[in-house]
Ligand binder design. Sequence first.
Ligand SMILES: [Zn+2]
Ligand SMILES: [Zn+2]
Length: 266
Amino acid sequence: MELFADWHTHTNYSDGRATAEEMVAAAARRGLAQVALTDHGPRAMFIGVRDAGVYRELKKQAAPLSEKYGVQVLVGAEANVISLDGEIDLPPEIIKELDILIAGLHPQVWCRPWWKTLNWILPNRLGKSIYQLREMMRRDNTRALVAAVHRNPLTFVGHPDLVMAVDLDEVARACAVAGCAMEINTGHHYDRDGVVQAALRRGASLVVNSDAHFPGSVGDLAAGAALLDKYRVPPERVLNARRAPGNRPDFPFNETDAPGNYVFLH
Ligand SMILES: [Zn+2]
Ligand SMILES: [Zn+2]
């Protein structure tokens, strides 16, 4: 399957190693039509953006970079789920300016209320090595991610079931209802087959991204494309798949004059 965009990358505004311009230049070298810069939300411990205003700075850079490199540059965020009720670490006024909104569970985040960091996030960190603990945390993690899907206008959930275990079927069911996709993240090793299978069973859409932190990884989507082919996933189910003429997506992307080129609606 041919993919036209990579909507999950990081710059040195969070824990990426390169500037926005270097990441966009790399996207151009890969021949992508679109790239999204999606730095970590501010409550990610040590690696988040210094404050949510950073996304506005990136938005100012997007148009000139699009012009210079011939790649449509989107600005998004990889927000953190910070409570069991599905709150994320960005205010509504920033969210509405973003082109792409990702939410994910991360085991390095300051929760709301803060003490939840101790009895929700910390056991997940330990659960990486203690199987029973991992299973115990699965219920809380699933509750939080499902609530985040229903509560926020997400484009997709980032790397579901990576490190912080979730019930993928429950997440896929929520995504199908809310019109949110599930990510196949080629930058991490986890049960990506399980993500595809759950999405297909429950009717959720998929999206393939690199989660690049270096220019060399931008648009490195081959493992995800191979997985889509393995399960014969139709392109209509994949947000960033190129489709045959006459079979264009109507949500959340609009066709422009250029074939295979899409514009985000908000
Ligand atoms: Zn992440
Ligand atoms: Zn990421």
